[in-house]
Design a protein around this ligand. Sequence first.
Ligand code: AVJ
Length: 332
Amino acid sequence: MTASQGIALVDRDDDGVDKAFRSDVLAGLRQAQKAIPARWLYDDAGSQLFEDITTLEEYYPTRAETQILEARGPEFRDMIGSDRAVVEFGSGSSVKTPLLLKAIDPAAYVPLDISGDFLRQSSAALSDKFPGLPVYPVEADFMKPVTLPEEVEPMRKLGFFPGSTIGNMVARTAVDLLRSMRATLGGTEGERPLLLIGMDLVKETAVLEAAYDDAKGVTAEFNLNLARRINRELEGTIPVDAFVHRAIWNDDYSRIEMHLEATRDLEFEVCDEHFVMTAGETIHTENSHKFSPRSSNLLLLAGGWTPMARWTDDQGRFSVILAEASEHRNAP
Ligand code: AVJ
């Protein structure tokens, strides 16, 4: 295991408070529509709750995408080949990543993650499972262009971004990320990198809302954990019991929104700053955009990627798209 950039990527103050978390929360709570970036849902408790979500009856995306990765291995192998380095944006799931690696038998695997701990854990597990595969974990924020280890520099690249995580970003951020991925993966006009990306599809509103508001209340706990995290880490006094989880389909923006809704007028402090909410007011905590084949093509093209193939599960719920870095040329 080499090439980890080694520096801690989380900037903490003298009290051990994550500065970016604090500034995102305070800035978000000062807004007329309170909103906190979804990335803060994933502390240890939140990450565990998300794992629990993926096993829920109502939460189809993980199963649907896994089914595609299981079924389409030979096609991936034909279209991608075995000589590429797989660069995964995020340190990977113990289920999906092995399915891809088994299918295409790549030259190397490079997981990128901002959390060094996750990265080391999942890299070690993968090395055990694929003893002959060179694994080069890189601790980095993949929202920005990343320098890859020199060992993989001469290799052609396949970016892998499963989970419909792209759907958690508004279009502008998603396009920035797609362009960063292109920069990270490099290549030349003759050797353009590929990207295999999961994108969830638009479907019946009731199915979508159930997937984000399950009967057991696990997604509600996942959402409420953000308020608990603020209380734990930012000296918050949010009355968590006075909030309820909401999952709402926003048809104009084609997305599920998660909110924490105040059930009564209430007040609280975060880092000594005072906040007031009235009954029914919400804190917006996550977007999960859902795509049509056309809207996913448009987003990929806007980010510099030309879609080449698309696969869906047998119920047409989820898509996995293979795209190639677009040729630089003047339209049309
Ligand atoms: C896997 C991060 C894309 O948006 O479906 C699951 C996160 N939020 N339930 C998604 C999530 C609520 C999930 N992502």
